[in-house]
Design a protein around this ligand. Structure first.
Ligand code: TXD
Length: 319
């Protein structure tokens, strides 16, 4: 039986971290692809030499040739240009749309049966474009943002409540970052919803509002601190969780940018919603009833995604 093959298209900060995590977890063999000559091979060699120390067996290969991703079971796409301080996610649109075209064709020609996780920003538009360019079924192409946004939210909540991160769950909907819609009623500590925790005196609504605001700006906070590039440890960890749910048919319920066909009143767009990921990719969309405020917040996300898609269609006539 051949080992699982994981292709990482884009071998920069997130791509390299993904390779490290995939190898450490012995998820399979790893192909690091990048247009930068030499760099993916350098990272693959460096990581391979961590193998004897850490005790993992995984073949790691660096390449700039799409033929090397042939037969990949999972493809994680980070190819593109990251955000610089002061630059909005949407500024990245033009450059990264062209990258998605090349990547989509590479996937279509070499591993059309793969489960594809897109990370490149602006996420909700890029995952849609990547699906269009690759022609893969919608359930096999998904975007990573919600797991990261909810992890940021969970981190802040766990710190505020002074409890283990493990016991905090968070429910988020909508677009990545700025337009994220956290649902406090469905965010819990060991099953106790946040509004109840406020009533119990564990925190205040004001503190929760501040945490929501900090979570929405979580990516920008890290961009500002790093000074060069954007977050990569947590984004890579989030995408690995999604890949594992697919490869192990775990059927985890995770917030992802998924293709909606009428759920939440949205048709034909990728927007962040909770989904079940198993061996068939996105197996189910979890649709809950939203109150007026959440519905309004969700609509802001949908409008933002629609605006980006219109811009994409203006930039590439094949879309
Ligand atoms: O939650 C989320 N979805 C995100 C998204 C969280 C954090 C960062 N997010 C976005 O991920 C970020 O805005 C970027 O669009 C991607 C990748 O971030 P990373 O920090 O890994 O960027 P790097 O280090 O610049 O790596 C990108 C690599 C780089 O090595 C380029 O040479 C390569 O992409 N690149 C390409 N590879 C293959 N093919 C093409 N065409 C190509 N163009 C650039």
């Amino acid at each position: 039986m051949a080992r699982t093959k994981i292709a990482l298209v884009g071998s920069g900060m997130i791509g390299g971290t993904l390779a490290h995590l995939a190898a450490m977890k012995e998820m399979g063999d790893v192909v690091l692809f990048d247009i930068a000559e030499g760099m993916p091979a350098g990272k693959a060699l460096d990581l391979s030499q961590a193998g004897p120390v850490e005790g993992f067996d995984a073949n790691l290969k660096g390449t700039s040739d799409y033929a090397d991703i042939a037969g990949a079971d999972v493809v994680i796409v980070t190819a593109g240009v990251p955000r610089k301080p002061g630059m909005s996610r949407d500024d990245l649109l033009g450059i990264n749309l062209k990258v998605m075209k090349a990547v989509g064709e590479g996937i279509k020609n070499n591993c059309p049966d793969a489960f594809v996780i897109c990370i490149t920003n602006p996420l909700d538009a890029m995952v849609w474009a990547l699906r269009e360019f690759s022609g893969l079924p919608h359930n096999k192409v998904v975007g990573m943002a919600g797991v990261l946004d909810s992890a940021r939210f969970r981190h802040f909540l766990a710190t505020e409540f002074d409890v283990s991160m493990e016991d905090v769950t968070a429910f988020v909907l909508g677009g990545h970052g700025d337009t994220m819609v956290p649902i406090l009623e469905y965010s819990t500590v060991a099953g106790i919803p946040v509004p109840d925790l406020i009533k119990m005196g564990w925190s205040t609504q004001e503190k929760m509002d501040a945490i929501v605001k900090r979570t929405r700006g979580g990516g920008g906070e890290i961009v500002g601190l790093l000074g060069n590039g954007s977050a990569y440890y947590a984004p890579a960890t989030a995408a690995i969780q999604m890949a594992e749910s697919y490869l192990k048919d775990k059927k985890r319920v995770l917030p992802c940018a998924a293709h909606l066909t009428g759920q939440y009143g949205v048709d034909g767009l990728y927007v962040g919603v909770p989904v079940v990921i198993g061996a068939n990719g996105v197996e189910r969309i979890v649709e809950i009833a939203l109150d007026d405020e959440a519905q309004k917040g969700f609509q802001v996300s949908v409008d933002a995604v629609n605006e980006l898609l219109d811009a994409c269609k203006g930039l590439d006539s094949s879309l």
